[in-house]
Design a protein around this ligand. Sequence first.
Ligand SMILES: NC(=O)c1ccc[n+]([C@@H]2O[C@H](COP(=O)([O-])OP(=O)(O)OC[C@H]3O[C@@H](n4cnc5c(N)ncnc54)[C@H](O)[C@@H]3O)[C@@H](O)[C@H]2O)c1
Length: 338
Amino acid sequence: MTVAPTFYVIPSKSVESVIAGNRDQVFDAVETAYRLHAAGDAVNPDSYFLRYPHNPGARIIALPAHLGGAVQKSGIKWISSFPENRAGNLARASAVLILNDATTGYALACIEASLISATRTAASAALAAEHISPNPFEGSLGVIGTGIIARTTIEWLLFRNWKFRKISLYDLDHREAEHFSKWLSEQHNIQADIQNRPEDAVSDASLVLLTTTASEPYLNDEKLFEHSPTVLHLSLRDICTNVILASQNIVDDVDHCLKAKTSLHLTEMATGNRDFVAGTLVDVLNKKLKPDHDRPRIFSPFGLGVLDLAVGNLVLEKAIASKTAIELPQFFSNSARW
Ligand SMILES: NC(=O)c1ccc[n+]([C@@H]2O[C@H](COP(=O)([O-])OP(=O)(O)OC[C@H]3O[C@@H](n4cnc5c(N)ncnc54)[C@H](O)[C@@H]3O)[C@@H](O)[C@H]2O)c1
């Protein structure tokens, strides 16, 4: 007789310690998930956006997915973005991930997922940075939007051994940049300068990190990137069409990225084609696409649910093994049919 699985709840403390203790495996899991997705051994339907007419800045997104390979799990991340939370020092994003067994369909766990989400985003950005930069692991960094995703991405870049001779910060809210600079100094002994204009933070950066909550593109000066930096466009809606068209555009998934009024979607609407998308990160990993070092290289990842599954599955396995998962054995009470 097949019995219903034990259901687990994985709280943030457990997620945090699994990720901190297994960074190499997390990084590998993210790369493997990208490769499985590209090979067709994954299902990644469109994300579904719940928006509020009375509060257009807020949203909750559902990301269902299935990942094959050695993982064989399905699931859904349900992630909220409420930018106004910041006023009360509450994180903008909060999330849960439900992992399902792909044989019976039963849910296996509910996992705190804001850290999983930030981690997979940052690890995938670090993966892209080292594969599309002419001189990976060194240079100067410019950050626009100094929040949690920027912080997590810098942690992963440092973990992958990047050494920055200079870091420049810009945030619409100067206090956020000050917090960030203090954190860099206290946690990593890195001194950063704070700029008053976005262009001054990126004008001589070889690596640019865009992690704002801008809803409409505002970077419209092609000269901004004329020194051909690597641009990690994680917030997806910062760069205007003319700058997109002057760059080599690399995505995680073409169909996903050209949706929801991202900069790439707006460029497709303006030009009527997708010719400006050079290819995917997996094309670069597989050497089917050569990064163009004579142009800005913009990596725009929509953020795939399969990455959350990959990291969530690792977290579940390690949390059970370390006995930090909370077990709910009677969760599915009436699973036997007779
Ligand atoms: N692509 C992906 O897979 C992925 C995954 C997770 C998050 N994100 C995106 O990353 C972004 C950052 O998320 P977060 O959790 O760090 O948010 P956050 O609220 O912690 O930080 C965002 C920061 O950007 C600043 N900001 C907003 N508009 C700005 C502008 N025009 N110029 C300069 N600074 C500006 C804010 O003051 C804030 O300090 C969000 O847009 C989020 O949707 C993308």
